[in-house]
Design a protein around this ligand. Structure first.
Ligand code: PAF
Length: 282
């Protein structure tokens, strides 16, 4: 595996491969890689001639300076995992390389970005659109891989692609979980032993909520039940739980309102001061 530090080198290495007809799979990451990322990389490896993984903690998508400062950075361990997965190129640039001058672009991401994470993390999705659009423009991937844990992010990236005219395939990959159900996240290392012990309850409550739908409860009733089941334990503080259309990200009033992809319940919850996200399909 080659470690690439500059945009120029990335473009020139990929250009010759693209000319010779090779397909390129791109996996954008912020490092601190775990089995969830590995599942994306393995899928990219299976489906493409060339696999590029970017490892870059993108400052423009953080709306909290201390979150950015404390975000785990583990380049050597990341590269070991990527080598073992048979990745061809790890793109590991500096902030100056990506943003030689401030990126002032404001993307009109519309309705998909105006709910849930949008209002909770102002500027976050615009920052994601900035970095992902740059990575797409430099790599011209055949396919790009994203985890469904960040369900809304995938909808936002599709919108950015529409705005910018990117036409390659997006491959959403299922959430990878610990044996006890906790969704894998780079932030899980911040959980105290006590918080880690209770965190699987999030998945448990979401799974139990499927039964409420079968019992005839409305989306709003299911949302309320999920929030009170978690907040009622005293171990959690739910920021939001929204049951939305899986494509438009808009809340649904009735189950029948969901379109062709159905509905998804998206949760953000603080557990021992750590912000965790998860989701479930209804
Ligand atoms: O999902 C992430 O890790 C990041 O938002 C991404 C897509 C790598 C952009 O920085």
């Amino acid at each position: 595996m080659e470690r690439i530090r500059t945009v120029k080198e990335l473009e020139s290495r990929l250009e010759s491969l693209r000319q010779s007809g090779k397909s390129i799979g791109l996996v954008p990451t912020m490092g601190a890689l775990h089995a969830g990322h590995k599942s994306l990389v393995d899928r990219a490896r299976a489906e493409n001639d060339v696999v590029v993984v970017s490892v870059f903690v993108n400052p423009t998508q953080f709306n909290n300076a201390s979150d950015l400062a404390t975000y785990p950075r583990t380049e050597e361990a990341d590269c070991k995992l990527l080598e073992d997965c048979g990745v061809d190129f790890a793109f590991i640039p500096t902030v100056e390389e990506i943003y030689p001058e401030p990126d002032t672009r404001v993307f009109d991401l519309g309705a998909v970005a105006n709910v849930m994470e949008g209002p909770m993390r102002p500027g976050h999705f615009n920052g994601v659109a900035q970095i992902v659009s740059k990575l797409f423009a430099w790599t011209h991937p055949t396919r790009a891989y994203f985890g469904e844990k960040d369900f809304q992010q995938i909808a936002v990236i599709r919108k950015m692609m529409e705005l910018e005219g990117f036409t390659h395939e997006i491959v959403p990959c299922p959430i990878v979980r610990e044996a006890d159900g906790l969704a894998l996240s780079s932030r899980n290392v911040r959980l105290s032993a006590e918080a880690r012990a209770v965190a699987p309850k999030i998945r448990k409550v979401l799974l139990e909520s499927l039964r409420l739908k079968d019992l005839g409860k409305t989306p709003a009733e299911v949302e309320t039940a999920v929030v009170s089941a978690l907040n009622g334990t005293g171990d959690f503080e739910v920021e939001y739980y929204s049951i939305v259309d899986a494509v438009t990200m808009q809340p649904i009033g009735a189950w029948e309102d969901a379109g062709r992809e159905g509905s998804v319940g998206c949760i953000t919850v603080y557990c021992g001061g750590v912000r965790l996200i998860d989701n479930i399909r209804y």
